[in-house]
Design a protein around this ligand. Structure first.
Ligand code: P6P
Length: 342
């Protein structure tokens, strides 16, 4: 049961934000509500994955990333494509699961928006019942009319109108920002509503948790190895080392940082020279949310939100979480003598 006093639904919260823009057509509001609706459907399937015949496991096919597609991945992608922009709000949809973006006929709609999403991130963890998530970002189209173009899609995170994620865990939470703070809503399955549970999320300025796949250490460059060593042992004689937490599901690792503080790292390594995580539908939306909560997202040298994308599936190193810690990492990465001889 939700606390008696908590009766703010995500739909009413989004509508309240629309009231800040008197000339708004309502398209943006209905688009965000489409995403929340899709999240409820995906949550239902994720919640019963172990019970429903043939929904777990892989399809045996590979996606554009070369990753084995899980049945739930495919299902979540279909739901997002079906639910988003039913009123012609979108001129283009782009998914982690699809090589190319999908152009949309806008009909009577405004066609003003482009949505880029990862329908089910962390899906390799599905069968193990580990928390997984959906990540989304919304841009305003830049071209005026006609079919959407690459320039409508390939925009830096600083141009985002909205970003959010859904985490399917012990409860399902919808976290989003439109640039006015980051807010979390918890799904009450009994009434099928996302209810406001975490208003104005704030990432602690400095955290005591670091989150990285240490199995990649042999493949990191020496500076990254030294940075992780200092996070683990303490930056100097006065600083204690941090605790290690790594779930291997980006949304789950990130959500923990949002609540407890700390830093998540996915550095580049010899096997993934540009990093593993994708800029447009993982790093950029999470960086917007982090910054709206007082945190910061970096590629190790500069803000994720400043990076101009070259392609839909472009990868990027990611350091994200407590602002102080990520800024310290940038400072360390700028020191060319760091880790010499490691
Ligand atoms: P690794 C899941 O496959 C994912 O894309 C993210 O959710 C997660 O943070 C990362 O990969 C884990 O990668 O190499 O540590 O298994």
């Amino acid at each position: 049961m939700s606390p008696a006093g908590n009766l703010v639904t995500v739909e009413s919260h989004i509508l309240d934000l629309q009231r800040m823009h008197p000339s708004a057509s309502g398209d943006f509001t209905s688009l965000l509500n489409d995403i929340a609706f899709a999240a409820k459907i995906i949550s239902r399937e994720v919640g019963r994955a172990g019970l429903v015949e043939d929904i777990l496991g892989s399809t045996g096919e590979e996606n554009i990333q070369g990753e084995i597609v899980q049945r739930l991945d495919e299902y979540a992608n279909r739901i997002m494509l079906s639910c988003l922009g039913r009123r012609g709000q979108c001129c283009m949809l782009a998914s982690e699961e699809l090589e190319k973006p999908v152009l949309r006929e806008v009909g009577s709609g405004s066609g003003s928006y482009v949505v880029v999403f990862d329908p089910l991130d962390g899906s390799s963890n599905i069968d193990a019942n580990v928390s997984i998530g959906t990540i989304f970002s919304i841009y305003r189209r830049r071209t005026i009319n006609g079919p959407a173009q690459d320039e409508d899609l390939l925009q830096p995170g600083s141009k985002l109108l909205a970003a959010g994620y859904v985490i399917y865990g012990s409860s399902t939470m919808f976290v989003y920002t439109t640039g006015h703070g980051a807010h979390g809503f918890t799904l009450d399955p009994g009434i099928g509503e996302f209810l406001l549970s975490h208003e104005n999320l704030s990432i602690p300025f400095a955290g005591d948790i670091y989150s990285v796949n240490e199995g990649n250490e042999p493949k990191w460059d020496s500076r990254v190895r030294e940075i992780v060593r200092r996070l683990k042992y303490g930056r100097d004689d006065e600083t204690d080392g941090m605790s290690a937490r790594y779930i291997g599901s980006l949304v789950a690792d990130f959500h923990r940082n949002m609540l407890y503080g700390g830093v998540f790292l996915y550095p580049a390594h010899t096997g993934s020279p540009d990093g593993k995580l994708r800029l447009l539908y993982e790093a950029a939306p999470l960086a917007m949310i982090a910054e709206q909560a007082g945190g910061y997202g970096s590629n190790g040298h500069s803000p994720i939100l400043d990076i101009q994308p070259d392609s839909l599936h472009q990868r990027v190193p990611l350091y994200i979480g407590s602002r102080e810690t990520v800024l310290w990492i940038e400072k360390m990465m700028a020191d060319s003598t760091l880790g010499a001889g490691l």
